[in-house]
Each structure stands twice: as structure tokens, then as C-alpha cells.
Design a binder for this molecule. Structure first.
Ligand code: XMP
Length: 529
């Protein structure tokens, strides 16, 4: 598939570049800057973007890339560190800025004389000065996002200066002949004026990318690949009912029908209604081979007396694998395991130096395939979460599956602070169900990344009727986020908060106080444990 390749030099914005390109229907992949030339050249390249990064090119261990990429004959765009690298490569001078430039700045683009823009040598006095193709359709002055400590002081050989800001004289450059462009600012960040347009110009006018990529572009190819690989084997899928495993299972089912065996482990730590929805959607609607393994008592007995978050997670992870393995052994001729791995899971595991480097999640049951000796099928591994939703929609999957909030593998156990008992699970389930119903009723379900209740081991005094009560506390946590990496608490309408609070206190026995969590991530996490 034609693509623009993003080489990652460790910037916190690298993934954003990819998101922006895909928003423009341009397929792209991210590889670490250290990737071999052979691998880079093996891609169907229409262009390459060199990302920013936290280093200075003069640092001893600064990330480098094979400079032969400049001879591959594809257009190149350097962003921030990428620009400094290009300048260094072409004998410009990069220096430490007098002051670190961080935040918005006003970029003034220079008009190139038309002969430069037209690429010819002759003077054309009657023609209006033109701009670089990179800035076509963009006003002369725009607001850009800067975040850099170094800057280009002396122009690299063969390049023209395209723009400047009050603090940075050389803020965008091009060498039209070599098809190399560079920006000191970050066009990929959300609040940059015309950032998307600049990336679009690069993709369409410079790289001449003509395709119209969509998350479903892979579908036919993926289905054909799965068919070819699986042959007569059986395929196992740990179906949690979440967006990723559900979409992955539907794709694999399209490829191999009832050779797919789905296992849903009921840990007893699921939300009210989760199991019933699994039955309704996957048994009744899709008629999958779905085994619901009820292991709730086993999980409960293992969690007895355990209050440490880390131990809870370990016990649940281990027990999950045990139950899953036992069930999968009953499936004859199993050779493959479906996983709903997403693109960020793969990018994160790429080790690039710098602060944004590997943020390894503790989230997924990664031990499964190794132990079970099964080959992996990962039909979503080049997609971002919202793209999986788009793909699910093109497969006509129910919205209630596609638009549900993420739910952690260890389930309600990490939302019950302290001991996990059947009684406390039931209290939390009831409160959580009410909260979710009210959020839906108010039309806030899709405005929120995640909404859930946490049961605290804190009792407080209240008055109910004429009597004093001494009961538990529920914390309500609602957050907005793009990817779960950072999050802000949702500013719910007071009316909705009030409804959630009054309904839970009056309908859930054992709760007499509701508090709302108003911390962002960082410094807090989304879950409480
Ligand atoms: P935190 O709490 O780390 O969560 O801010 C970020 C996102 O990850 C989810 N999460 C998990 N998902 N297994 C999962 O599949 C887990 O063990 C797990 N722990 C946290 C969390 O709900 C949020 O969406």
C-alpha cells in the first residue's frame, strides 16, 4: 500500500503526525529512525517525514538515521529535530537558541520570486511572487506551535528560507530540486493554524499521494490473508466484548466462519449487563461459536483478603490465563489466536530514546500466545482506536459495541478499593449501572472517554429519614481523553451530577455519599488502582 513513512526521533507528537495524515486519508506508518535503509526502501514510499525529537543533534547519543534516505528519490519533510538534522546534513549551522521557544508564535511566510517557485532560471518580471508548494493556499501570517531549544542559524547548501517568526529567522526551508522541505514548528498539533493544510500540501502537492485511504482499505486483503494462513486450523479468540476484540473477531469470522472459536471468561468482575450483551450480540445476532466460561467463584476465592492493587492485577491476570487455557484445550486443531492489538501497541514497543519513548502498558495479557504456542492473528494492528470504530461501522456492527467506553481487563476489582467481596461487587455494579444509564439519558455517553464508579473503603455519617446512617462512599470518575494516555475530568452538567448522586444514594443500599473525582491524568491515572 502506498504510504508516507514517518521516521520517529522520539517526539511526543510523532503519533499525532500519523493521526493527521490518516485524517487526510493518507496511509502512513511510523518506524524508529534507526530502521535499516533496506527496510525503509522496501515500503511503497510516496514520501518520508522526519519527526521532531527531544535531543540536540550535537548530543553524543542523538538519534540518527541512515542519510542514504536523502537519495531514495522521494520527497522528505523534516519537522523540528528533523529540520535540524536535514540542515546539519547539508552543511547548515544549527545552534542552541538564546531562549527556548515554546508555545505559539507568528509565522511570516516569504514569497519566493516566481522564477524560483517555477523552478526556472529566467526572470519573469510580470509574474506575482509565488509561495512554496508547502504553503500554497495559506495566508502570509499564521499562528504556529513551537517547541525547540536548537535552531538553524546558517542556511544549509541549496536551500531557500521560506518563513520566519520573531524569534526564529529560519523557520521553514526547501530545496525544491532535491524535494526536501523542513519546518521548525509543529504543523501536527491540534491548535496550529493551517497545520493540516501544510501536511495536506506536502502529501498531495509534493508527494503526489493520490489514494483515498480508509480504515476499511485493508479489509479484503486482511480477510484473504487470514483465509490463506489458517487453512483448516481452528482459531481461538479471547472475546471480551470490548471494541477491539469484537471488531477483530467479526473480521476473522468473515474470513473463516465457524472455524473461529470465541471464549469469553466471566470473571464475575464485569459490569451489570455485560454478559447478557455478549449473548445477545455474539450468540444470537452473529451466531458465533461462543463459549462463556463462568469462573466468577474461582476469581472471587483467589481475591479473598487481597487489597494490594498490584497483587489483584497479578492474580486476575494469572487466573484469566489458566481459565482461558483450560477452555482452549477443548478446541481441536487450534493453531491461531486472535488478538485485538492496535497500532499504538506496536509503536509504543519501539524503543526510541527520548522522554516520549516506550510507555509500556501493563494492560494486556501478553503471556497468552507464548505459553499456548499459537500463532497470532492481529487484524487491527495498523489501526488507531477511532479507526477501528470506523471499520466496525463499515462492517455494520452495533453502535452499542462500537461506542462503548474502555473497560479494564481486571474489571471491577480495580474499582473496589480494598477487599473484593461479592457484596461489594454487587454494590458497585448497581451504582455503576445507574450512573451509566443517567449519562446516556443526558446524551453524554459519546462526549466522555470513560465514566465509572469506584467503591471506596470509607464510611461516613449521613441522615436518611429520621435515622443516622454510617455507610460507604462512591467516587464517580468521568474523563475526556483521546487515547487514554492523558485525560481531563469531564465537566458534567450539575443537573446530571445531581441526578446520579440522588439516584445512587436512594437506590443502592450501603451507599450514603457520592464524591466526584476532579483530577486529570497526569498526575492521577484514570483508574484508581
Ligand atoms: P490508567 O488507569 O493507566 O488507564 O490511566 C488508562 C486506560 O487503560 C485502561 N486500563 C486497562 N485496560 N487492562 C486493560 O485492558 C488493564 O489492566 C487496564 N488498566 C487500565 C483504563 O481503563 C484506561 O482506559
Amino acid at each position: 500500500m502506498n504510504q508516507i513513512l514517518i521516521l520517529d526521533f522520539g517526539s511526543q507528537y510523532t503519533q499525532l503526525i500519523a493521526r493527521r495524515l490518516r485524517q487526510l486519508k493518507v496511509y502512513c506508518e511510523i518506524l524508529p529512525c534507526s530502521t535499516s535503509l533496506k527496510k525503509i526502501a522496501s515500503k511503497n514510499l510516496k514520501g518520508i517525514i522526519l519527526s521532531g525529537g527531544p535531543s540536540s543533534i550535537y548530543d553524543k547519543d542523538s538519534p540518527k538515521t541512515d542519510t542514504k534516505i536523502f537519495e531514495l528519490g522521494v520527497p522528505i519533510l523534516g519537522i523540528c529535530y528533523g529540520m535540524q538534522l536535514i540542515s546539519h546534513e547539508y552543511h547548515g549551522e544549527v545552534i542552541k537558541s538564546k531562549k527556548r521557544e515554546y508555545g505559539f508564535s507568528l509565522l511570516k511566510t516569504s514569497r519566493l520570486c516566481s522564477r524560483h517557485a517555477a523552478g526556472s532560471q529566467g526572470a519573469m518580471p510580470n509574474k506575482r511572487p509565488k509561495t512554496s508548494r508547502l504553503f500554497e493556499g495559506i495566508p502570509k501570517e499564521i499562528k504556529v506551535w513551537m517547541s525547540h531549544g536548537d535552531e538553524v542559524k546558517k542556511m544549509p547548501n541549496g536551500f531557500k528560507n521560506l518563513a520566519s517568526t520573531p524569534d526564529t529567522k529560519i523557520a521553514a526551508i526547501e530545496n525544491k530540486q532535491k524535494n526536501i522541505y523542513a519546518l521548525q514548528f509543529h504543523p501536527e498539533v491540534h491548535h496550529a493554524d493551517y497545520g493540516l493544510k501544510i501536511l495536506k500540501n506536502f502529501a498531495h502537492k509534493i508527494c503526489l499521494y493520490k489514494d483515498s485511504w480508509s480504515p476499511a482499505s485493508f479489509l479484503n486483503e486482511t480477510i484473504a490473508d487470514i483465509k490463506k494462513e489458517v487453512k483448516n486450523n481452528s482459531v481461538i479468540c479471547g472475546l471480551s466484548g470490548g471494541v477491539d476484540s469484537s471488531v477483530a473477531a467479526v473480521i476473522v469470522n468473515k474470513a473463516i466462519g465457524n472455524k473461529l472459536y470465541c471464549i469469553f471468561v466471566d470473571t464475575g468482575l464485569l459490569r451489570a449487563g455485560d454478559k447478557e450483551r455478549m449473548r445477545a450480540v455474539f450468540n444470537k445476532k452473529y451466531k458465533f461459536n461462543l463459549k462463556i466460561a463462568d469462573a466468577s467463584q474461582l476469581f472471587l476465592s483467589r481475591l479473598k483478603g487481597v487489597s494490594s492493587p498490584e497483587r489483584k492485577r497479578k492474580i486476575i491476570g494469572k487466573t484469566f490465563i489458566e481459565v482461558f487455557e483450560k477452555e482452549s484445550k477443548k478446541i481441536k486443531n487450534a493453531g491461531f489466536l486472535v488478538q485485538g492489538t492496535l497500532y499504538p501497541d506496536i509503536i509504543e514497543s519501539v524503543s526510541v530514546k527520548g522522554p516520549s519513548a516506550v510507555i509500556k502498558s501493563h494492560h494486556n495479557v501478553g503471556g497468552l500466545p507464548k505459553k499456548m504456542n499459537l500463532k497470532l492473528i492481529e487484524p487491527l494492528k495498523f489501526l488507531f482506536k477511532d479507526e477501528v470504530r470506523v471499520l466496525g461501522r463499515s462492517l455494520k456492527m452495533p453502535e452499542e459495541i462500537l461506542m462503548q467506553h474502555p473497560f479494564p481487563g481486571p474489571g471491577l476489582a480495580i474499582r473496589i478499593i480494598g477487599d473484593v467481596t461479592e457484596e461489594r461487587i454487587n454494590i458497585l455494579k448497581k451504582a455503576d449501572k445507574i450512573m451509566r444509564a443517567e449519562i446516556k439519558k443526558f446524551g453524554w455517553q459519546d462526549k466522555i472517554w470513560q465514566a465509572f464508579c469506584v467503591l471506596l473503603p470509607v464510611k461516613s455519617v449521613g441522615v436518611m429519614g429520621d435515622e443516622r446512617s454510617y455507610e460507604n462512599t462512591i467516587a464517580v470518575r468521568c474523563v475526556e481523553s483521546v487515547d487514554g494516555m492523558t485525560a481531563d475530568w469531564s465537566k458534567l452538567p450539575y443537573e446530571l451530577m445531581q441526578k446520579i448522586s440522588s439516584r445512587i444514594v436512594s437506590e443502592v443500599k450501603g451507599i450514603n455519599r457520592i464524591v466526584y473525582d476532579i483530577t486529570s491524568k497526569p498526575p492521577s491515572t484514570i483508574e484508581w488502582e
